[in-house]
Write a protein that binds this ligand. Structure first.
Ligand code: AMP
Ligand code: ZN
Length: 152
């Protein structure tokens, strides 16, 4: 068909993905959520299964799945909203710190394919587990750094 491989096709695929997306439904207020903030480009709401009280998800209002797909300006908007929310989260739940998290793609544990930044308040002794670092030799670090740099 003429529209195969065209911009029209990719737009169609985009629309179909949005239709099934749970976060797009929250944006359209089709399903409930504890929305704490929204502006023209982003929305922030409580995670339904928080790792700790005050666990917030910040999402762009436009549907993008991954970091690779999301335009730079959109990511900046997500960070701006996060920056605005952090002091309010600090004041409301009084954590000892905050972790930001972004699971990019299924392989990294991304369950909802609409990009989202987790704001996770931390509390003394909460036992919230983070990834553990592996002891690595400087030469191995250099090898990986050099390889990444060749693609920049
Ligand atoms: P991720 O594994 O990074 O994709 O995280 C998805 C997050 O979305 C999880 O922490 C879920 O608890 C959260 N979540 C899924 N559905 C909803 C919903 N309807 N309202 C609020 N949070 C949700
Ligand atoms: Zn979506």
């Amino acid at each position: 068909m003429a529209w195969r491989g065209s911009g029209f096709e990719s737009q169609l695929v985009h629309l179909i993905k949005m239709k099934d997306c749970i976060f797009c439904k929250i944006i359209k207020k089709e399903i409930p959520a504890e929305i704490i903030y929204e502006n023209k480009t982003t929305l922030a709401f409580l995670d339904i299964n928080p790792v700790n009280p005050g666990h917030v998800l910040v999402i762009p209002k436009k549907h993008f799945s991954t970091l690779e797909e999301t335009p730079q300006e959109t990511l900046i908007e997500v960070i701006k909203t996060t920056k605005k929310l952090v002091p309010a989260i600090n004041q409301s739940v009084n954590p000892i710190g905050i972790n930001l998290g972004l699971n990019n793609k299924k392989g990294a544990g991304q369950l909802v394919p609409h990009i989202h930044l987790h704001i996770m308040p931390r509390f003394e002794g909460d036992k919230h587990k983070l990834l553990e670092g592996k002891k690595t030799q400087p030469e191995q670090l250099k090898q990986v750094a050099d390889k990444i740099k060749t693609f920049l």
